[in-house]
Each structure stands twice: as structure tokens, then as C-alpha cells.
Design a protein around this ligand. Structure first.
Ligand SMILES: CC(C)(COP(=O)(O)OP(=O)(O)OC[C@H]1O[C@@H](n2cnc3c(N)ncnc32)[C@H](O)[C@@H]1OP(=O)(O)O)[C@@H](O)C(=O)NCCC(=O)NCCS
Length: 182
């Protein structure tokens, strides 16, 4: 994929998405390394500033990942980040993921609004055929969010991962454009 144009904005009702920049590094590291985010991700190690820099240079700025900062439209407060990754151009599909800042941001419908914006971006702007995500089965808000968005569950993999000494069930979601929920 081509990298996202630096002036590209995705506008929602309460939030907007803008491309991540180098200047977001400190915020993104804080969000992504927060224990309540780490525990819901498959990659558990703390992400260093150097690793993030390499992610930006090798993945984001090359277009292999399309990553955005989620911003509150009312006061321009950055709320979290969402990305499309693992573009499979041969089969016209990609994976999405997101993380929001602490408890004040979560549970207010932000994740669902982001998911709807990413749905439009993936299917209408990028013209992807399929969008998928991997979610730990115990991550109830994320499971519920995927269901509300209309992601059909394509697989439930029992004890798929050994994370921090515990086996975890993993759900694979995969949507086609017409699957859209509310
Ligand atoms: C997962 C995440 C992105 C969801 O975003 P959010 O803004 O909190 O989610 P929303 O408010 O849009 O919706 C969440 C839904 O889950 C429900 N929910 C919340 N906690 C729940 C729980 N413990 N059990 C069941 N449902 C729950 C909410 O009620 C809501 O459903 P409803 O509208 O039917 O009431 C966000 O919580 C987050 O960043 N979590 C930490 C990082 C993470 O888990 N990232 C995803 C990795 S796959």
C-alpha cells in the first residue's frame, strides 16, 4: 500500500482520525505500554522508543501499516491509536487493531465509532475485500465491540497462545463489506 497522505483526515461524529507522526511517539508509547493494554495484546514486551522509531520508519512511513491517532473532535485531545496492518495485496485483505487511553476514554463508544470509521476506510477508500482481527476471548469489551460492528466470528481457537504462563483462547474475526452491524 502507499503510505497515508500526511494531510488525510477521517472525520467521525465525535472523533477524527489523523495519520500518526513522529511527534506522537511519547503518547503512543504511554498508551501501548499501559498494563491494561499490554494484557490484551499478543505481543507482551514493553515497546521501547527505539522499537517504535523502527516501526514508524519501516512499517508506517513505507505504507506497510496505516496508523492513525484517534482525536476527540470536541477539544482535539488525542484518545488512542488505530491501525491497519498485515496488508495481503494478493488476497485484498488486512488486519486492524486499536488501543485507547485509560479508563476515562474506554466504555464511551469511542472504540465502536473508530471501528465504523475504519470499516469505511478499509472497504470504501482502500477497496479491501476483507478485514480481520485477532482478539483474546477474555477481552469482553473488544469481543462486544467486534460483534456490534458486525464482525462474524470465523474461528475460536482454544488455548491457542501461552501468554505470561497462561494458555489463552483466541477469536478470529473476519468481515466482508456487507456484514456491517450498527
Ligand atoms: C477494546 C477497546 C478498543 C474498546 O473500545 P471502547 O471505546 O472501550 O468500547 P465501546 O465503548 O465502543 O464498546 C464496548 C462494548 O463492550 C461492552 N463492555 C465493556 N466492558 C464489558 C465487559 N466486561 N463485559 C461485556 N461487555 C463489556 C460495552 O458495554 C460496550 O457494549 P454496549 O454498547 O453493548 O454496551 C478499548 O476498551 C481498549 O482500548 N482496551 C484496551 C486495549 C485493547 O483491548 N485493545 C484491543 C485489542 S484486540
Amino acid at each position: 500500500m502507499k503510505p497515508v497522505d500526511k494531510d488525510f483526515i477521517i472525520k467521525g461524529e465525535h472523533i477524527y482520525l489523523r495519520p500518526i507522526t513522529q511527534a506522537d511517539t511519547e503518547l503512543v508509547l504511554r498508551w501501548r505500554n499501559a498494563p491494561e493494554v499490554v494484557k490484551n495484546f499478543l505481543y507482551r514486551k514493553e515497546i521501547t522508543a527505539q522499537e517504535h522509531q523502527s516501526w514508524l520508519e519501516n512499517k508506517v512511513f513505507t505504507g506497510q501499516v496505516h496508523q492513525f491517532v484517534i482525536v476527540d473532535a470536541a477539544d482535539d485531545t488525542p484518545l488512542g491509536s488505530v491501525y491497519l496492518q498485515n496488508f495481503d495485496e494478493e488476497n485484498n485483505k488486512a488486519e486492524w487493531g486499536l488501543f485507547l487511553d485509560g479508563d476515562k476514554t474506554r466504555g464511551r463508544g469511542v472504540g465502536t465509532e473508530v471501528g465504523n470509521l475504519i470499516w469505511d476506510y478499509a472497504f470504501d477508500t482502500l477497496k479491501l475485500h476483507k478485514l480481520h482481527s485477532r482478539v483474546l476471548a477474555r477481552n469482553k469489551p473488544c469481543v462486544r465491540m467486534n460483534e456490534k460492528l458486525g464482525f462474524p466470528q470465523e474461528a475460536y481457537l482454544r488455548d491457542e497462545l501461552l501468554l505470561d504462563g497462561s494458555y489463552e483462547d483466541l477469536i478470529l474475526y473476519g468481515a466482508l463489506k456487507g456484514d456491517r452491524g450498527q
